[in-house]
Design a protein around this ligand. Structure first.
Ligand SMILES: Nc1ncnc2c1ncn2[C@@H]1O[C@H](COP(=O)(O)OP(=O)(O)O)[C@@H](O)[C@H]1O
Ligand SMILES: [Mg+2]
Length: 232
């Protein structure tokens, strides 16, 4: 489902002509099978978000290849990526990234509008997903009128609205208290079981890491699979 082959990435920082090269990822290879939850752990600065940004097409790798659903996405240009993301990937972020001027309903509906779906169909699908994530009573609330846990549920509804086979999450519980975090982790596992959604989750939190069928550890830009199992 996701295949990363010998992926390396470096950033060039500083003034043009005088750049310093900062290597971040070295020779990363990993595979995520359909229906798996794979978690990637590592300390802050170990390159987790960079890896996710490469897999989502927001960064171009310095070298290496990425395949998603058998398509060689590392070759796509920006507009091809936008289209590919819409059809294959859902995203969940630590900071929710909801649009503050839109209600919960409108935030979730947006992707359907961009896809050109008719209003009645948009309403039906959006309400159905909001019900699924248990936020139907709050659909007219703006993000600032919702708790962190409620905002994260809205962002999950947004991730689900176009039925993506894969959801990528960067520190999805990083802004939640421990009880809300547990609820969210249960919910992710439920979506994985019931809808067969594949998850790739980046985290520095061991509790989140443990929901993974497999745990991959990133340290100094290189990976080590299964390391966490010895500690847990
Ligand atoms: N756009 C960027 N330009 C330069 N360096 C960056 C950029 N993004 C991240 N880095 C550097 O890459 C390293 C890994 O960052 P990141 O992938 O965000 O780590 P993590 O998500 O594991 O905390 C850090 O040293 C960070 O400073
Ligand atoms: Mg990060």
């Amino acid at each position: 489902m996701i295949e990363v082959k010998k992926l390396s990435h470096q950033f060039a920082i500083g003034k043009k002509g005088k750049e310093t090269i900062v290597p971040v990822l070295h020779d990363i290879s990993l595979t995520v099978q359909k229906g798996e939850i794979v978690t990637i752990v590592g300390r802050s600065g170990s390159g987790k978000s960079t890896l996710l940004n490469l897999i989502s097409g927001y960064l171009k790798p310095t070298s290496g290849e990425i395949f998603i659903d058998s398509e060689k996405v590392s070759d796509l240009n920006e507009s091809e990526w936008a289209n590919f993301r819409m059809n294959h990937l859902g995203f969940i972020f630590q900071s929710f990234q909801l649009i503050p001027s839109m209600t919960a309903f409108e935030n979730v509906e947006l992707a359907l509008t961009l896809k050109g779906e008719k209003e009645a169909e948009r309403k039906r699908k959006t309400e159905q997903i909001l019900l699924k994530v248990g936020i139907q009573d709050f659909m007219d609330h703006y993000p600032s009128e919702l708790s962190g846990g409620q905002q994260q549920r809205v962002s999950i509804a947004r991730a689900l609205i176009l039925n993506p086979p894969i959801i990528l999450a960067d520190e999805p519980t990083g802004s939640l208290d421990s009880e809300t975090e547990n609820e969210l982790l249960d919910f992710i596992q439920q979506l994985n079981r019931d809808l067969d959604i594949t998850f790739l989750i980046i985290t520095h939190d061991e509790k989140v890491a443990r929901i993974g069928d497999r745990v991959i550890e990133l340290a100094d830009g290189a990976m080590n699979e299964g390391a966490l199992h010895h500690e847990v």
